[in-house]
Design a protein around this ligand. Structure first.
Ligand SMILES: C[S@@+](CC[C@H](N)C(=O)[O-])C[C@H]1O[C@@H](n2cnc3c(N)ncnc32)[C@H](O)[C@@H]1O
Length: 258
């Protein structure tokens, strides 16, 4: 079986241009909440983990002293560096690194951010331990990611659907498990928030050019098997002819290193 890191690189190496142009990733509540929780003072030595094509790093750059933006996929890092050059952003540097093994010395950073990525991580507790290690005492960790609802049935449903569509999906935890994992490492939780990504067209999201028709149908059937309350309350499902629109629940955390 492919390792998760290989699956992630295989998946994201094909999508650097797509991500760079994706308005769903360029802005939205999950970015605003990170900026709000980080509340930068202008002096922060910052790390953005799993930066993709750099949206979070670029939004932080004018508000902090310096950003190192890391990602597992070299093609994403190359694209992000090109965009930084085009936009004349001078205080961001890029590096290829796994979230589970951060190439920084202990207590060397003031702020670590990570947006829309840990559901692809091979080992989230190892990532959280690394974030704790590289932050100085009182340093801040700000996270947003897609989460499962607090229901065993829907945790199984959502992770099955996500993995069918993208084999680099590992696990979407529910918010309560995030809180436990983050506090177990030693952080104190200062704020949390429930947010959403933009409504997505199923027919766009399901990547029909990449996934075979039987897989697309299996995922469509899985949505059809949700109860009307689950579809509405957890996934904001709205029919639109042959298509439908939906969104994933997202969770945001502001945690301080003690
Ligand atoms: C949806 S994109 C990230 C979006 C980005 N953080 C933003 O704000 O636009 C997910 C990224 O996570 C990266 N990734 C997945 N697993 C990783 C890991 N274990 N370590 C580092 N990066 C990882 C992928 O290469 C991909 O670029």
């Amino acid at each position: 079986m492919k390792s998760i890191h290989t699956a992630v690189r295989d998946q994201f190496s094909q999508h650097a241009d797509y991500y760079a142009q994706s308005s769903a990733h360029a802005k939205g509540d999950t970015l605003d909440v990170i900026l709000d929780f980080a509340d930068p003072k202008g002096t922060e030595q910052t790390l953005d983990v799993a930066t993709g094509t750099g949206f979070t790093a670029f939004a932080l750059a004018p508000k902090v002293a310096h950003v190192v933006a890391t990602d597992l996929t070299p093609e994403m890092v190359v694209k992000a560096a090109e965009l930084a050059q085009e936009q004349a952003i001078k205080n961001v540097v890029f590096s290829v690194a796994a979230a589970e093994s951060l190439p920084f010395t202990d207590a060397s950073l003031d702020l670590v951010t990570c947006r829309l990525a840990p559901h692809h991580f091979q080992d989230v507790p190892a990532f959280l331990n690394e974030v704790y290690r590289v932050l100085r005492t009182d340093g801040l960790f700000c996270l947003t990611d897609s989460v499962s609802p607090e229901s065993e049935e829907l945790i199984t449903w959502q992770n099955r659907v996500e993995t069918l569509r993208d084999n680099s999906h590992v696990y979407g935890y529910p918010p309560s498990q995030w809180d436990t994992m983050i506090t177990d490492v030693g952080f104190s939780l200062e704020k949390t928030a429930h947010v959403r990504n933009a409504q997505m067209s199923f027919l766009w999201w399901v990547r029909p050019h990449q996934n075979p028709p039987e897989v697309v149908q299996e995922i469509r059937n899985a949505f059809a098997q949700l109860s009307p309350d689950e579809a509405r309350d957890h996934y904001t499902v709205k029919p639109a002819g042959d298509d439908f629109y939906f969104s994933w629940p997202m969770y945001a955390v502001k945690a301080r290193r003690r």
